[in-house]
Write a protein that binds this ligand. Sequence first.
Ligand code: ASP
Length: 439
Amino acid sequence: MTKVVKFGGSSLANAGQFAKVGKIIRADESRRYVVPSAPGKRNAKDTKVTDMLYQCYALAEAEKDFTVALKKIQERYESIINGLNLNLSLNKEFALIAENFRGKAGEDYAASRGEYLNGIIMANYLGFEFIDAAEVILFDQNGEFNAEKTDAVLSARLRECKCAVIPGFYGAKEDGRVKTFSRGGSDITGSIVAKAVRADIYENWTDVSGFLIADPRIIAKSQVIKVITYRELRELSYMGATVLHEDAVFPVRKAGIPINIRNTNAPEEEGTLIVESTCRTSEYTITGIAGKKGFVAVNIDKDMMNSEVGFGRKVLAAFEENGISFEHLPSGIDTMTVFVHQEEFEGKEQQVLSAIHRLAQPDSIELEGDIALIAVVGRGMRSTRGTAGRIFSALAHANVNVKMIDQGSSELNIIIGVKSCDFETAIRAIYDIFVVTQI
Ligand code: ASP
């Protein structure tokens, strides 16, 4: 059995956290390939090392003195090294970093040092081989990740070593210059490594015990989702539920490798298992609830719309002309509603309205802002009667007016539109009926 384990920044923020991570890795010898993030926040007011590096490099770019800022970063690493009693000095590494900063090696290079240095410490602490991600995570000259080449190089390299540490977040372009993924990208590295070694599982260790059924800021003690499919996850993360970088699912999903979200601070908990498919029915009819505020409903009226061929296309062309994507599109006989992001729409609203008038000649258009969309997601809905009915009755009891309801044809989700001021009440009511009372 082979496991790839990725640890997030808060799991590696100080020596105490490193020790927890060491214990987790040593507890299971199949945990052979380790992908660390840079040290994260030690408390709410702290700064992540990655952010410190960006700030420090900005000084270098502006040709200002960055020595104090770099010293502070070095101190963070030294406190980890000393806390773990390691016989390791990063002086040479920091001298080289300072030299490269002066030579303006680039923002990506600067940010990547967070993971690079943490990887060196981790390898030393565990007695594992250190592999610089710049040698094995490969981008093309345009900065696009080269999945095929990486897979070939990485799997050949890892075949040679039993245990290794590969820092997350970065790789290198063909000319050798460092390139990073977007923020939170160590999750992606972990997924790429898991695919390269054909791991049995990709464990992603963080500071929460998995995906919660609902946002803990709304439901104080939300239960954890035990098993979720990739498709369900996609629906929920699109609606704002985040634990994992969105791009992290693709490499392992293609290879059929499950991801297990685990909590470094509570390793005894099983966390959430993300799988391609499962015959395990979920505990509740729904797997999760997520939502976002800030949508606008553009209601378009026209008599006999139902018989006018091409009406929908003309309306959508007005949005396309203005570079606005739509979220949902419920329609009636003489009405059609386009849901869009308020932020994206606001600045262009009058241009869009006049384009709709010009292209589709509607009778009237009405706008309604401050709408929240809530996605109720669950593979169990397909085989359960009355899910929509239960949602409606829960919302009616909670005095929430439903503006829109849209069930995807996959029967994997139901999207509900409510006024933004009803958002939290609506989520509580839905959680209550499906999870707490299960009526
Ligand atoms: N250290 C990087 C960040 O803060 C990448 C990561 O942690 O995944 O975004």
